[in-house]
Structure formats: structure tokens, C-alpha cells
Design a protein around this ligand. Sequence first.
Ligand SMILES: N[C@@H](CCC[C@H](N)C(=O)O)C(=O)O
Length: 363
Amino acid sequence: MAEAIAAAATTSLSIKPSTRHSQLFLSSTFPILRMNSHKNPNFRPLVVSSSTSIESVATQKTSSKASFLDQREGSRYLHFVKYHGLGNDFILVDNRDSSEPKITPEKAAKLCDRNFGIGADGVIFALPGINGTDYTMRIFNSDGSEPEMCGNGVRCFARFIAELENLHGKKLSFAVHTGAGLIVPEIQEDGKVKVDMGEPVLKAVDVPTKLAANKNDAVVKSELVVDGVTWNVTCVSMGNPHCVTFGIKGGQDLQVDGLNLAQIGPKFEHHEVFPARTNTEFVQVNSPSHLKMRVWERGAGATLACGTGACATVVAAVLEGHAGRNCTVDLPGGPLEIEWREEDNHVYMTGPAEMVFYGSVPL
Ligand SMILES: N[C@@H](CCC[C@H](N)C(=O)O)C(=O)O
């Protein structure tokens, strides 16, 4: 990545004392400014004193200890790129040289912290492929737990791979090994990513849920008591577990804006009928092709979007008779296009993935 960083004049650059040691590189497009390049003839290092005045480094006493900025490309630093898919944000790590993630789940949780870290809903690693796939994707949630799959994450993953491999402006698809099996994202000409998310899993024990199957092997519009209230739920796995609800038993159609997710979400996530915990989608039906959804994610809480959750939502909406197989799912961060294709039983998700910034943090 260091090679990809373009040297640039820094004469107009100013540094705020409070941010000097946190985010090293900031840009919305590649290539980005390199703040401290000895290869750059125009580079004028700046030093910020405690009184916030800016002085030439020549007027400062030189220290024998190399500064943080001089060390940032060493092996003691983790280089990352931050992406988001509809506001569901991830720290992406180039892990193609090893089958073991470069950082532990505990470190990932620290980096995800929005006050003391970079801030993200999860950390995603691009590892070598196995079983004939091009790459392997692994992810740690912001609480350090490891889910099987991430829909918004795999779109970001595809854009990250395109950057790493320098494959710009081409229509591309990759075979990605995940905890949910083979997933195939395809970068379209408009930059959006369409992902073959595979087949939904409906068999109750495989979701997994302890709720009794009531439609073939599946749990469809079953009653679940959460905190004394009876909800109707349908359980779907997209590799990771989802509990989808369109409302309370005997109640009116759900209006999702009024929900207190922070209060109700954890009670679903940790409910005894979900042995692997669960993601929960609260869904409002605007029309048979237009759903509005808010999500409480396992291991990450309320997020602005959930790709696997949007897929599970459309599968549940079809099974409960609320919608057709092609839907727009509106999430707090924006819309996803979802199709549950009858011919192959696969779910297809289309949506954006954007780079936010990149940088380095001490390991
Ligand atoms: N936001 C993701 C799902 C991430 C994993 C989830 N929190 C889990 O634990 O299953 C998505 O876009 O699918």
C-alpha cells in the first residue's frame, strides 16, 4: 500500500494538536496525500507545540527517538482501509500473505470503538482463498465475536480487492470463501456490487433456533415471547442467524421509526431460543415490493444497514405472504435491492460500497 501513496506538496497542510497522533491519512479518493514524505522535495515538516503555534522543525531540538509519524510504515503498525456499505462500516485489512488474521478479536474490538479506536461495526480480513476460491473473508464483529458472513462487508471486500489488485474500471467477480460457504460478489460498471448470497437456510435446527418448526422444517410466523410481549417471527439463516418480525401478535402493522431498538434488540439477541444468539430485523411493509427495516445486529447492536438481514427480510416476507421476490429494502443508511430468485433458490443483493479513508495504527 505504501507504494500506492502519492507524494504531495504539504505546504498548506495544518495539523490540529488533538488529531496529530490519531488518524494518519485522510482522503475520499485514491491516491491520497502523504503527510510526511522524505521523498517529497516540497515536504516541510510541521511541529505543533502545546500552545498550538506552528513552528518549523529546524527551530526545534532534534530528539534521538524516531517520531510516531516516521515509524508508521513499519511492521509494528497495522495498515487498514475503512469502507462502508450504507453506513455499515468496516476496517479492512490486507491479510493475503497469511491464513491467520493479523490481529486478535480483542484488538479488533478495541479498534472498532468509536471513542477510543478507529470506529467501525467490524474488522474484515482478506485472506488467501481455499478450496479453489480466490480469497477468504473473515470478520470480527465490534464485540470481537466472529460471524459466518456479512453482506455489506462482502461488497466492501470486493471493492477493497479491486484496489489491492489494481483492477479498476473493470467488471469483476470473485469467488470468496466465507463461514457461510462460497459467496460471489460482482463489481458492476456503475460501481455497485451485486452479490450471489447463496441459498437461505430455513431448517430450524440449522438457523439455529429452538423454536419448533411449523412449515416443513422452517419457523414461519411463529409466536415468540420477548419481555412479556408476543411477537410473530420467521427464522432464516443467510449463513448467519436472523429472526425477522413484521409485528406483534394481534397488533397493527409495525411502524419501525418508533421502536426503541437499544431496549428490545438485546432481548431478542440473547433469547434462550437462539443458541448462537441472533440478528433481529424489524420490518414495516410499505408495499409488496418495498420494505422498510431496522436491525439489531448480533455482536454489533443497532447498525445503519445489514446486508444478510435485508436478504433474510425478503425471504421472510415471501414466506409470510407480505411481498414478492424482488424488493427494495430501505435501511437507515439507504436502500438495498434484493431478489430471491425462484430458478436457483439463491438470494441476490445489490448495493454500494465506498472507501472512507485509510491509515495505520500501532499493533
Ligand atoms: N452487517 C452485516 C452482518 C454482520 C454479522 C452479524 N453482526 C452477525 O453476527 O451475524 C451484514 O451486512 O450482513
